[in-house]
Design a protein around this ligand. Structure first.
Ligand SMILES: [Zn+2]
Length: 489
């Protein structure tokens, strides 16, 4: 159903907004707002609005969008700049103070860890409440839950039993119980990385989809296989999860489709398009880089990894030093454990995914574990806008914004209704707003110097509070709020 809003100018000079099913909100034409953004080019992917307007913000919400001037206690001059909904990153592993600074400078106002997720939803939110620059949220994660139940020794991705052993019936009961409990505590989604829990049976995976379906949650999944080596291909892996989605009714979201499909990515995307045409709720995301990143001790580097991924030692970079691996250093560092960057995605595959209207943008940003981590956590959104929209013309600006704002909000809004007020510039929406210069916006984070802030994003607001001002971070503000599904008990 389409909801329409009308603003009427009454004889007394009051603007009255008529919102079906909601209280009528009235703002006088001479209202003084908390913040007014003047003269910017508003781009809203939901309504299609692309025009110069002024925005009045009060109480953390957008209260007025008008051609007429407005008065505010604080005014942001956005002349010559694009005013867009704040970017929603569905896939960001690093979720600490330092990461949030990079996210804000890259235009991200909501940072979500939905792939790996957590095994303790309450603690995850409590650790961040009142302390963050941007909004934050998490999934209940099959990986960490399996690690806890099976006593895996690793801290992030499994290296022991959770990767390499089938769960016994008692463990399966515990895993199911913990996953269902996480959903009741308001996890935004179900997170899975079957590649990392390689010994998890197909039945265990289908159980997770059943739980997601019961909770109205989407499953954000890193597929069981990547690449093109039969029979363990990205295509075979997507068959598993599309079948599970079809059989259970759960919504499916395929993460970083490019690093799963590699050269076969167009076929994976066409499987998703076909599933959607058949009525399934299936979506996907990608990041704008030709390399992936993971941990060296994980199951991704079990024997056969070179054939599977179509790469060898020299294509793998050790994050702590930036050195490319050899057979000797591979063995040494795999025992030690740590982050690696893998150069294995062809450039034309990146472009194909970015240009496809159903593939969202998400960073898969890393925790900061060394000086040479993957740059994607710091630069994904500015890189799409600057490099792929402006320089390469791979996609239009409005399409790119849709993939960063409206589409991720829509992915989550059935389970977490608060997302109906995110990813949009409209009256009543949360004042999460990113203001950038379309002629200058660009990523600065590279594989050599990954810890660099993006540029050309002079203002970012989170819940109406300015967190980036004149291109710099504002210190000692913590307007980020928990993005969480309703708690059922
Ligand atoms: Zn992943």
């Amino acid at each position: 159903m389409i909801t329409r809003r009308r603003a009427l100018l009454t004889t007394t000079g009051m603007l009255v907004f008529l919102i079906p099913g909601a209280a009528v909100e009235t703002y006088a034409a001479d209202e003084v707002y908390d913040v007014v953004i003047t003269g910017g080019r508003i781009m809203d992917p939901e309504s299609g609005l692309d025009a110069v307007r002024n925005i009045g913000i009060m109480g953390g919400k957008i209260r007025m969008i008008s051609e007429a001037p407005q008065q505010g206690k604080q005014t942001i001059d956005a002349k010559g700049l694009v005013v867009a909904p704040g970017f929603i990153d569905l896939h960001q592993h690093g979720q600490d103070v330092r990461n949030y600074r990079y996210k804000a400078r890259d235009g991200v106002t909501t940072s979500l860890e939905l792939e790996v997720g957590t095994d303790d939803v309450d603690k995850w939110y409590a650790d961040r409440e009142g302390k963050t620059l941007v909004n934050f949220g998490v999934s209940i994660g099959h990986i960490p839950v399996r690690m806890k139940v099976m006593h895996d020794p690793a801290t992030f991705l499994p290296s022991g039993d959770a990767a390499h052993r089938a769960a016994v019936p008692e463990e399966l009961v515990e895993i199911n119980k913990a996953m269902a409990g996480g959903l009741r505590r308001g996890a935004l989604a179900v997170g899975m990385g079957i590649n990392y829990t390689a010994a998890a049976s197909h039945g265990e995976i289908v159980d997770m989809f059943h739980l997601a379906a019961e909770g109205g949650a989407s499953v954000h999944v890193h597929l069981r296989y990547l690449g093109m080596q039969e029979p363990t291909t990205g295509l075979a892996a997507i068959e598993e999860v599309i079948a599970a989605a079809a059989a259970t009714g759960a919504a499916l979201h395929v993460v970083h489709v490019t690093s799963m499909g590699l050269r076969d990515t167009p076929r994976l995307i066409s499987m998703i398009e076909g599933a959607r045409k058949s009525g399934l709720d299936v979506t996907a995301e990608c990041y704008p880089y030709t390399a992936g990143a993971t941990t060296l001790e994980s199951a991704l580097f079990d024997p056969g990894w070179q054939e599977q991924q179509g790469v060898t030692y020299k294509d793998v970079q050790w994050a702590k030093t930036g050195e490319r691996l050899t057979a000797e250093t591979f063995e040494k560092y795999r025992k030690e454990g740590g982050t690696v960057v893998i150069f294995f995605i062809p450039e034309d595959v990146v472009r194909t995914a970015l240009a496809n209207p159903i593939v969202m943008i998400a960073s898969d940003g890393s925790r900061i574990t060394g000086p040479k981590i993957h740059p994607r956590g710091q630069g994904t959104f500015a890189r799409v806008l600057g490099h792929y929209v402006r320089e390469e013309k791979t996609l239009t600006l409005m399409t790119a914004l849709r993939k960063m704002t409206l589409m991720p909000a829509q992915r989550l809004e059935k389970r977490a209704p608060e997302f109906k007020n995110k990813g949009r510039i409209r009256v009543g929406a949360d004042a999460d707003i990113t203001i950038f210069d379309p002629a200058r916006v660009i990523d600065r984070a590279t594989f050599d110097e990954p810890l660099q802030y993006s540029e050309g994003i002079p203002f970012v607001l989170v819940n109406g509070v300015t967190v980036v001002k004149n291109g710099g971070l504002v210190e000692d503000v913590f307007p980020g709020r928990a993005a969480r599904a309703p708690i059922t008990h």
